[in-house]
Design a protein around this ligand. Structure first.
Ligand SMILES: Nc1ncnc2c1ncn2[C@@H]1O[C@H](COP(=O)(O)OP(=O)(O)OP(=O)(O)O)[C@@H](O)[C@H]1O
Ligand SMILES: [Mg+2]
Length: 330
């Protein structure tokens, strides 16, 4: 099956020309040779600690951040290497749900106006069609027409997520990048949001790139998982495989240190020590080697590429030996 979205060897440099945006941050290569693809209708989880480049990758796929190298294809057509306006237009089928749902909504605009505006930007000129589409998306997210005259401050956190999703749905997306969609919500609201996302996916045939810190949520919700470390994908496999048989030492450490996973789901792996990672100070060789309990001399020389491992992909020179040593099923 042709992937709906394909990212090949994507590289993103930040802090160069647009240094004024964040003058406090040094220039970094925030995404370093990431390749991944999304199959129509799947949920691909993107996991990794703060600062590893998840949002940057999402924004670049969306066309809000320019890529420095590599290629992005949507339905097989190249949509990278374009000027910013063109890039966003070519990626019209891709939309982004911000982690702070409320922040994406204008506080001075009623929900109806926000939705109207989204449709106008899409070129929906016919008021009757706009009205019909707004009613449809509000119903799809479990709200009704009474939401139209209301303002964002009148909604709870969970309802704001519904509104944000309605706004995205009005744009008829095919791929939705969900950046931490459940963070900051209490458990019951989290469950509601995940349920709704599942329903919308089935109903509208959506494909999700699901960015999250929360491994228990990723485990339940994603078909496949990509683990990111300092700008690179270090492991990619089905969620079942990643959680049952993590192969990259970083994945193991991440799972072992995750308070949200049940103790049985955590592999016996030491929590990585050493200097906190920084994209601005990349070590030679494998970027994880300074914190890796299994690193040896070759790991400090060679930065391993993501390579097929029989059930997915892993970027580690030693995953076979480590699996044997730690007596975990390979
Ligand atoms: N405008 C910018 N200029 C320079 N560096 C930046 C800029 N924005 C982000 N960075 C750096 O790029 C790297 C990746 O940041 P990014 O926000 O993509 O990470 P993230 O994985 O989404 O983190 P989090 O989980 O905290 O959201 C970090 O090292 C960050 O400090
Ligand atoms: Mg982020």
């Amino acid at each position: 099956m042709t992937p709906i979205l394909e990212v090949r060897e994507l590289a993103v440099d930040l802090g160069g020309r647009r240094r004024w945006l964040r003058p406090d941050l040094p220039p970094v290569r925030a995404v370093r040779g990431v390749s991944l693809s999304l199959r129509p209708g799947e949920v691909l989880g993107l996991v990794g600690e703060s600062g590893c480049g998840k949002t940057t990758l999402g924004r670049t796929i969306l066309g809000l951040q320019r890529e420095s190298g590599g290629e992005i294809r949507l339905d097989g057509a190249v949509v990278s290497g374009l000027a910013p306006r063109e890039a966003r237009r070519a990626r019209n089928a891709i939309h982004y749900v911000h982690q702070d749902a409320g922040a994406a909504l204008d506080p001075w605009w009623s929900i109806g106006r926000t939705l109207e505006e989204a449709l106008l930007v899409q070129g929906v000129r016919d008021p009757a069609e706009r009205r019909a589409r707004i009613d449809e998306v509000l119903a799809a997210v479990g709200l009704d027409a009474t939401a139209r005259p209301r303002y964002p401050h009148e909604f709870s956190g969970g309802q704001l997520r519904r509104v944000a999703l309605a706004r995205i749905l009005a744009l008829r997306p095919r791929v939705v990048i969900l950046d931490e969609p459940t963070s900051g919500l209490d458990m019951s609201v989290q469950a509601m949001v995940l349920n709704l996302l599942g329903t919308l996916r089935r109903r509208y045939g959506l494909t999700y790139l699901f960015i999250s810190h929360d491994l228990s949520v990723v485990r339940r919700f994603c078909d496949r998982v990509a683990i990111m470390y300092l700008g690179r994908v270090v492991e990619l496999a089905t969620a079942a495989e990643v959680f049952a048989r993590p192969r990259h030492p970083y994945t193991r450490a991440l799972l072992a240190a995750s308070p949200s996973l049940s103790p049985e789901a955590r592999p016996p792996a030491p929590i990585p020590a050493g200097e906190p990672p920084s994209a601005a100070r990349l070590p030679p060789g494998c970027a994880f080697s300074p914190r890796c309990p299994h690193a040896q001399a070759p790991c400090r020389r060679t930065d391993p590429a993501l390579a097929p491992d029989g059930r997915g992909e892993t970027a580690c020179l030693r995953w076979r030996e480590i699996a044997a040593d730690t007596m975990l099923p390979a």
